[in-house]
Design a protein around this ligand. Sequence first.
Ligand SMILES: Nc1ncnc2c1ncn2[C@@H]1O[C@H](COP(=O)(O)OP(=O)(O)O)[C@@H](O)[C@H]1O
Ligand SMILES: [Mg+2]
Length: 272
Amino acid sequence: MQEFATFGQWLKHQRKSQGFTQSALAERINCAVVTLRKIESNDLRPSQQMVQRILTELAIPTAAQTDLLALARNEQALKRTNLPTPLTRLIGREYELGRALQSLRSGTRLVSIVGSPGVGKSRLSLQIASECRAFYPNGCYYLDCAQLQQVADFIPALANLFHIELSGKHDKLHTLVQALSGSNMLLVLDHSEHLLGIASIVGHLLQHLPGLSMLISSRSRLRIMGEQVLQVPPFGTAKPTTVTKQHFTRGAVPCACHRTLCRASTEPCCSF
Ligand SMILES: Nc1ncnc2c1ncn2[C@@H]1O[C@H](COP(=O)(O)OP(=O)(O)O)[C@@H](O)[C@H]1O
Ligand SMILES: [Mg+2]
């Protein structure tokens, strides 16, 4: 197979070489012309069912289909990132930055940056995400949940972010998982405090997408399995000089206790 960076590029080339116009092929695979156009320009990520219909209509031999399905799934287009670029340099926060990077690099897949309004959660999250881009071959993505009104808006917003087509006939979460399977990426969810009900969806995504990690910036933690909470203190708070438990906890409130006390409490909050 000739090398193509994206499934969209391959599709355009193949369609033309077989003499199909966009509208003729769209009709055969039963989708709107605009959908096909977006797939070809990598503005829309096709579902696996859609890829399969395309391969069948274009009579692609079974032997070549595996590579093409993988190309569509891994989608090099996802190497793009939409992380906003901060206008000013990060001041301080070396400790919090180091802890979060260390945690993500060592395999923690859900880190929640928690703190009071204006303390610098969003700024810190963007720094963390931009400094660990190299670890995520399919990119680091940012979703500002402040724009979402309710939990029901969450899956469509993710689909929109990743250019995934959600068909009315299929379960939306399932479609999302299928489309993102095999991707190795970081998703930053900012301002999610008013949508704590997304916890079960976040849990489902992490469980079914082993290559996905999430960084959440919120006033409150999500309280799901595997979540590590990094409490961001206001500037001026004395910084720990060694790795201690005060800032990195499993509880919404910084854990200032000793490990033995934490273990002895009815609700242990310490992740160490
Ligand atoms: N460590 C920092 N270095 C530079 N600017 C910061 C830092 N922390 C916060 N800011 C700035 O302060 C403002 C508030 O920070 P922000 O991250 O939006 O707070 P939060 O998300 O906790 O509400 C923003 O303009 C942000 O760029
Ligand atoms: Mg913020």
